[in-house]
Design a protein around this ligand. Structure first.
Ligand code: ARG
Length: 303
C-alpha cells in the first residue's frame, strides 16, 4: 500500500450565501442565459443539501445575508480570500470584481466579515485598481496559485504577494468558459489535484502540471460539461457535483478518497458549482502558505 498523502489542513470552515435572490439577470460568462432561469425552490433545496452535506462531513458553515440586487452573490467563493493570520486572527482580502454587476456584493460582505471578527483589506475598489476574484486563488505547495486573465488581473498578484508576504504563482487562464481557476483546478491533498490544462496557455498548463506530483488530468469536456473541478474537499471526502465523470470518481476512490455527490444543477445555470458556492475561510498563513519576506510573484515564461 502506498502511504496516504497528507490531507489538506484547510477546507473545514466555509462561508456561504443563501440563494434567496439567485437569478440570471445578466450574462457575464458563457453559461448564463437570461432565457434559462433557475427554479427558485429547487435551487434552495440543493443549497440546503450542500450545507447539510458539508456539516455532516464535519465542516462548519457561516451564512452571509444575501442582497436582493445581487443575483450572483450566492457564489460566495468570489466574495474574498479568507485567511487565518499566524496569530490566529481572521482576515479577508476582499475581491474587486471584474464586472460592475457583482461589485455591490462586497458592500454587504465586507461589513459582515468585520462583524464576524475578521479584519478586511482591498486590492482595488469601485472599479479602480487591480481586479481580484477569490475563485482564482488557491493554496498549493509553497505558494498561493492564482489564475489571471478573464477575471483577476496580473497586477493583483503583486498586491497579494506583498500585502500577505507570500509567494504567488500566476497561471494565465485563456479558456473563456473556465474563467476562474476553481473551474480548472482543485487541490485534493498534498500530492493530488484535479487539473484541466485546457484552461490555460501552454506555459501555464505545463507549470501547473509540474507543481502537482500526481494530477488527475481532466479533458475540457469533463471540466465544462460536469463542473467536476469545481468540487471541495473536507478531510478525505470530495464533495462533487452530481453527474461527475465515473472515470474521475474511480480514480479518486483508488487514491482513497470518499466521494459524495451533491446535485447543484440550478447553480450551473449561473456558471458555478460546489466550490463557487462555498468559500473556505480557514486557509492559514504560515501553515498552508509559507511566509516569504516581502512576498514574491512567479510567472511561467511566456511562449
Ligand atoms: N455568475 C458568476 C460569475 O460569473 C459565477 C461565479 C462562479 N464562481 C466561481 N468561483 N467560479 O461571476
Amino acid at each position: 500500500m502506498p502511504e496516504l498523502a497528507a490531507t489538506l489542513a484547510w477546507g473545514r470552515r466555509y462561508v456561504m450565501v443563501r440563494p434567496d435572490h439567485f437569478r440570471i439577470d445578466y450574462a457575464i460568462n458563457p453559461y448564463m442565459d437570461l432565457d434559462h432561469q433557475p427554479d427558485q425552490g429547487l435551487a434552495m433545496a440543493q443549497w440546503v443539501d450542500l450545507v447539510s452535506t458539508v456539516e455532516r462531513l464535519g465542516g462548519t458553515v457561516e451564512v452571509v445575508p444575501p442582497r436582493d440586487d445581487a443575483p450572483d452573490m450566492v457564489y460566495a467563493m468570489n466574495l474574498g480570500l479568507g485567511l487565518v493570520r499566524p496569530d490566529g486572527a481572521g482576515h479577508v482580502v476582499m475581491s474587486h470584481m471584474r464586472y460592475a454587476e457583482r461589485r455591490m456584493e462586497i458592500l454587504t460582505a465586507q461589513p459582515w466579515f468585520e462583524r464576524s471578527g475578521r479584519s478586511t483589506s482591498y486590492v482595488g475598489r469601485d472599479g479602480v485598481g487591480a481586479h481580484l476574484e477569490a475563485g482564482d486563488v488557491f493554496a498549493w505547495g509553497d505558494a498561493l496559485v492564482a489564475g489571471f486573465g478573464p477575471r483577476t488581473e496580473e497586477l493583483a498578484l503583486k498586491h497579494l504577494a506583498t500585502d500577505l508576504g507570500v509567494r504567488v504563482r500566476g497561471v494565465r487562464i485563456t479558456h473563456p468558459a473556465m474563467y476562474h481557476l476553481d473551474l480548472a483546478f482543485c487541490p485534493l491533498d498534498e500530492r493530488h489535484a484535479l487539473v484541466a490544462p485546457g484552461a490555460f496557455d501552454a506555459a501555464s498548463a505545463a507549470a501547473l502540471l509540474e507543481l502537482v506530483p500526481e494530477p488527475l488530468v481532466l479533458t475540457d469536456h469533463e471540466a465544462l460539461s460536469t463542473f467536476c473541478a469545481n468540487s471541495i474537499v473536507v478531510g478525505r471526502t470530495v464533495v462533487m457535483p452530481a453527474g461527475s465523470p465515473t472515470r474521475v470518481m474511480s480514480q479518486l476512490a483508488e487514491w482513497d478518497f470518499e466521494v459524495v455527490e451533491v446535485d447543484v444543477s440550478e447553480f450551473h445555470k449561473g456558471g458555478g458549482s460546489i466550490r463557487c458556492l462555498t468559500n473556505p475561510v480557514d486557509l492559514t498563513l504560515g501553515r498552508d502558505v509559507p511566509l516569504v519576506d516581502g512576498g514574491q510573484v512567479l510567472l511561467p515564461a511566456l511562449d
